[in-house]
Write a protein that binds this ligand. Sequence first.
Ligand SMILES: [Zn+2]
Length: 160
Amino acid sequence: MTVQCPYCGADSQVVDSRATTEGVRRRRLCNGCKRRFTTYERVGAPSLKVIKRSDKNEPFDSDKLQRALARVCRNRPTVTAEAIRRIVRDIEAHLLDSGAKYVRSGQIVTLALERLIEIDKLSYERLATDYIDEDGQLRTDHKNQVDEKSDQLDLFQADD
Ligand SMILES: [Zn+2]
């Protein structure tokens, strides 16, 4: 499992692990800025599942969300890789804090839209165009109308 540095977003490596009654405490060293930080992995940490438009579900995958947003924000110099990482971390924290076990992919899109509009209107529109219908309603269930374009934009499409 790669953990991104909270200061600069680069990958980190584990320098020390210690089991505690709460779970596992790890000291990590950032491969980018070389700062150290500590993570705690709780035993039985809440797992979050995403219900996709097809009604199938899969574990929440922040890397996948990051790749999807990078596609939406392609060729937009105002949206840096770091800005995307921040959005993903923010959404993940928001979802975990909510305590929900299941989240619809449409909710994740909504959270992403709320954050994108503050950074880049065009990226916001790219994502919104695919997910919001003429009445301003989020299209979370248009599996009968999924075309190639929206399939590419599906944040949680299957990899296969
Ligand atoms: Zn760093």
